[in-house]
Ligand binder design. Structure first.
Ligand SMILES: C[S@@+](CC[C@H](N)C(=O)[O-])C[C@H]1O[C@@H](n2cnc3c(N)ncnc32)[C@H](O)[C@@H]1O
Length: 251
């Protein structure tokens, strides 16, 4: 008999309240590791000078830090909105179910990166995005694709070794109908390798980012190689991260 374990999705507010500081420390220790993931957000709809962005949930403001490094002098203004208090004081804590502290129709872009697999009902998110965006503004949604190696890593290895587990709602963006108030700009899976100076740095970063408590570094390295892929080259190490990116424009 084939018995399938029921999907248990833990309360992510509480989980990130507790492990947000580990995530934040990992991001501070390797501030450029995820640069390709951030730059891929704008691959199909490049940023323009003077734009106003909302990053939600922003963790500790990592997208803004990336933009400050890449666009010194012309950094867009960024509203960092986070859903939990675990990432430090850089972001304003908001709720998906309440209006966000931003003037209506004032944002050129809203970014939601690596988070919607924690959110079962996207309608409150969309309604806040619609209210914040100007007409013609762009909503960038990026997340783990179902069936990808990244999903396998999160749902098996991370689920086993982080307190509270890691089970989520992985959406097929290619099958997703964008809400009627939006036009589709692009949907694509984009390779966005995470880069490190050494294998050891990659393992420390991943252990912190995912709050891994019950595995050895050797076990983590095997899981990363098996599920995602690791390339060691003369200039460092890259982990073959990839996400699905969905870009849409408010009518
Ligand atoms: C993997 S982190 C991504 C953070 C940031 N966008 C980044 O790319 O580093 C996942 C985020 O989802 C947030 N989150 C998602 N759903 C949530 C929920 N239901 N309750 C609280 N926080 C949630 C967490 O606070 C956290 O910021």
């Amino acid at each position: 008999m084939n018995i399938t374990a029921p999907l248990v999705v833990h309360e992510y507010g509480e989980i990130f309240d507790q492990r947000g500081s580990l995530y934040h420390d990992a991001m501070l220790s390797c501030p450029t590791a995820r640069d390709a993931e951030f730059s891929s957000l704008f691959a199909k709809a490049p940023l323009k000078v003077g734009e106003c962005l909302v990053d939600v949930p922003s963790g500790g403001g990592y997208l803004e830090a990336f933009l400050k490094r890449k666009m010194p002098g012309t950094t867009p203004s960024v509203h960092n909105f986070e859903l939990t208090s675990g990432f430090g004081a850089k972001s304003t804590v908001v709720s998906l179910n309440s209006p966000w502290p931003i003037a209506a129709k004032s944002a050129d872009r809203v970014v939601c990166l690596a988070a919607v697999h924690h959110i079962q009902d996207l309608s409150p998110l969309y309604s806040n995005v619609e209210s914040a965006l100007k007409s013609g503004g762009v909503f960038h949604l990026a997340d783990v694709a179902p069936g990808s190696g990244v999903q396998a890593f999160l749902e098996t290895f991370v689920d086993r070794h982080t307190p509270g587990g890691h089970r989520g709602f992985y959406r097929d963006f290619f099958a997703q109908v964008v809400p009627p108030r939006f036009d589709l700009i692009d949907v694509s899976r984009r390779a966005c390798p995470w880069t490190f100076e050494s294998v050891d740095q990659m393992l420390s970063f991943c252990a912190g980012l995912f709050g891994l408590q019950t595995c050895s570094k050797a076990e983590l390295e095997v899981a990363l190689r098996d599920c995602i892929g690791v390339n060691v080259h003369s200039s460092g190490v890259s982990l073959s991260w990839e996400l699905a990116y969905l870009d849409m424009q408010l009518k």
